[in-house]
Design a protein around this ligand. Structure first.
Ligand code: TYC
Length: 132
C-alpha cells in the first residue's frame, strides 16, 4: 500500500494530464429516446406483402368461350394464354388466373362473379393467399 502526503497529492493534481476513464468492460444497457432501459433490441425486418391468387373453378355449365373471354377481360391474358388457363381449369377442376395484392384480388373475384351472374352462368372463383 502506497502512502501519499498532501504535498504529493497537490503535486500530482498539478502535473497529471487529465485522464479519460478506462473503457468499461461491461456493456452499458441500451436506452430508448426517453432514457428507459431497453432489454432487447430487435432488428426490424420488412417482409413483402402477402399476395393472393385468384383461382377459377370448373363447372359443367359455363361455356368455354365465356370463360376464355372473362380471363382475357379481367386478367389481361391474350387469347392463347386464356385458352390454356380455361383448359387447365376444365381438366383439373381449378386454375390460377392471376396473383395480386389482397384488395385487387378481391376486386377481380367480384368482377368475375358479377359478369357470370349477369350472363346467367354458375362460374365461380375465389381468392386465396399464395402458398395456401
Ligand atoms: N367445364 C365447362 C364446360 O365443359 C368449361 C369451364 C371451364 C367452366 C372453366 C368453368 O372455370 C371454368 N363447358
Amino acid at each position: 500500500m502506497q502512502h501519499f502526503t498532501v504535498i504529493d497529492r497537490i503535486f500530482c493534481m498539478a502535473t497529471d494530464k487529465p485522464q479519460n476513464p478506462p473503457p468499461s468492460p461491461v456493456r452499458k444497457p441500451d436506452r430508448d429516446e426517453g432514457g428507459s432501459v431497453v432489454l432487447e433490441r430487435r432488428t426490424e425486418k420488412v417482409k413483402p406483402p402477402q399476395m393472393y391468387q385468384v383461382v377459377m373453378l370448373n363447372d359443367d355449365y359455363t361455356p368455354m368461350e365465356f370463360v376464355v373471354v372473362v380471363i382475357q377481360e379481367f386478367f389481361g391474358k391474350d387469347l392463347e394464354a386464356a385458352t390454356q388457363i380455361m383448359l387447365k381449369i376444365h381438366l383439373d377442376g381449378k386454375g390460377v388466373c392471376g396473383v395480386y395484392s389482397k384488395d385487387v384480388a378481391a376486386t377481380k373475384v367480384d368482377q368475375v362473379l358479377d359478369a357470370a351472374h349477369k350472363a346467367g352462368h354458375p362460374l365461380k372463383c375465389i381468392s386465396e393467399p399464395v402458398d395456401f
